[in-house]
Design a protein around this ligand. Structure first.
Ligand code: 5AD
Ligand code: SF4
Length: 465
């Protein structure tokens, strides 16, 4: 297990105090923009925690910020281009306020070619740090505050685990808890192993301490995170993921436990049994399929077949008949034929996922798939995407309609983003549920409530207390 030494963390706390002194009395504010997955969201909460320690208070408006941090994603080109374009827009803010500090971090800039491009073409970016260097943000910031020098640090992508950093959570009701970092799988399309390094599991007791603290603070939903969460413990051998889930579920408190993202090859019967036997564990499983074709799965280096995937799903449903299963699908992987794409559609019909996240294949530098022959044209990729959504949306709607009339437990989160007369929450299946706003429903914010489902749409349910 590779953990950053306590001495090193204390050094970073000393930098945080130094920054706070330098910034004191200035009323400075910070703004963080996050791209990508929940792991990045969790990292951003640590960045926010460090910013607060260093004398900055949060602002929702980048125009008022004295420190801007862009936390980037590299999984698809689209996410990279958006992060670059947003960073480009901050140039004008810097012209107006030369004291503004702009930092770019995360997966995109952990790639050397992107870090170099920022160094050369974005001279107003002051700080840049890779995913493994996150805990050294205070040191870099102090350097910048004192010497007004640009600081770039992307080496050591392997990154040791840093415990004990401050954290400023977005929500009091829901929390992310990273249990492992990195990935060893090297799926041929995916850049994650290159930008997040090899798998590292946190110590079981550190995770349990964090979870206990969250429960004591009244947190109602805890989501364990890892790029390959169910291979937790394989590197350290302390305990496996099923044991970890079991141990967390045995803690007292009114909370629901989720986890993501799981790899089908590591979705063990032991884990499924633990879920089935636990009241605290959500009956929900996110299990990326990626493709329904055995040949494509092999070319993706996924290490399972459509048959073995169906077996896992079969056992989940045997133990938990109402379990909600969601998935990730990639369309247009190099060499994917119409027939192979048809096999993916067949799998959607056979599994009947509650929900999928679908992606158009995006070639990523360094990954083997980017070098494969027979890249699929953008037109074919878009057509396949449309067809995929058509098939899945019909299934999602049917599945949601089947819930009408049922009474479900919903964690009420707050005002709906699209309609201020409604509150939203999530049921155990992690589906969005909207309920009318009233003094009674408002009194339930942050709590579980029993909701009768009255209407269903493709992406949401509607109900009343
Ligand atoms: N192109 C498209 N989608 C990708 N994903 C990962 N890499 C790529 C890529 N190069 C998708 C996978 C993964 C999800 C997080 O992103 O479906 O499960
Ligand atoms: Fe990427 Fe595959 Fe690892 Fe998931 S399991 S992060 S898709 S390499």
């Amino acid at each position: 297990m590779k953990t950053v030494s306590n001495e090193e963390i204390q050094k970073q706390y000393a930098f945080m105090r130094e920054a706070a002194e330098l910034n004191s009395g200035k009323g400075l504010r910070f703004f963080v923009r996050t791209f990508g997955c929940q792991q990045n969201e969790a990292d951003s909460e640590r960045i926010a925690g460090m910013c607060r320690e260093m004398g900055y208070s949060p602002t929702e408006d980048e125009k008022n910020a004295d420190l801007i941090v862009v936390n980037t994603c590299a999984v698809r080109e689209h996410a990279e281009l958006r992060a670059l374009s947003i960073t480009g827009q901050f140039k004008h803010l810097k012209e107006k306020n030369p004291a503004l500090i702009i930092a770019v971090c995360g997966c995109m800039v952990t790639q050397e070619h992107r870090a170099n491009a920022i160094k050369n073409s974005y001279p107003y970016v002051d700080l840049l740090f890779g995913t493994g260097m996150l805990y050294r943000f205070p040191e870099l910031l102090v350097g910048c505050l004192k010497e007004h020098r640009r600081r770039f640090m992307i080496d050591e992508t392997e990154g040791n685990i840093a415990e004990g950093l401050p954290v400023l959570r977005e929500s009091k009701i829901k929390a992310w808890v990273s249990v492992m970092y990195g990935c060893n799988n090297f799926c041929t399309y995916c850049v994650v192993p290159y930008v997040r390094g090899r798998e590292r599991s946190r110590r079981r007791e550190d995770i349990l301490a964090e979870v206990r603290g969250l429960i004591a603070d009244g947190c109602r939903e805890i989501t364990l995170l890892g790029q390959n969460v169910n291979s937790y413990g394989k590197d350290s051998g302390d305990c496996d993921f099923a044991d970890l889930v079991s141990e967390i579920c045995s803690l007292d408190g009114d909370f629901i436990l989720r986890f993501m993202t799981s790899h089908p090859k590591d979705a063990s019967r032991k884990l499924i049994d633990v879920m089935a036997d636990s009241k605290k564990c959500a009956k929900q499983f996110h299990l990326p399929l990626q493709s329904g074709s055995a040949r494509v799965l092999k070319a993706m280096n996924r290490r399972y077949t459509p048959e073995s995937y169906l077996e896992v799903v079969g056992y989940m449903r045997e133990r938990m008949p109402d379990i909600a299963i969601s998935s990730d699908i990639i369309v247009g992987f190099p060499g994917e034929t119409d027939e192979e794409f048809g096999e993916t559609l067949d799998m959607l019909e056979r599994v009947r996922f509650d929900m999928i996240y679908s992606f158009i294949y995006s070639p990523r530098k360094l990954t083997p798939a980017a070098e494969m022959d027979c890249q699929i044209s953008p037109e074919v990729k878009s057509q396949r995407m449309e067809r995929l959504l058509e098939v899945q949306n019909a299934i999602s709607l049917e599945k949601n309609q089947a819930a009408v009339g049922a009474v479900q437990r919903v964690l009420i989160e707050g005002e709906s983003r699209s309609d201020p007369t409604m509150l939203t929450g999530r049921n155990d299946a992690n589906k969005l549920v909207h309920i009318p706003r009233s003094p009674l429903s408002e009194s339930k914010i942050g709590e579980f409530a029993e909701v009768k489902i009255t209407r269903a749409e493709t992406f949401a349910l509607f109900g009343e207390l």
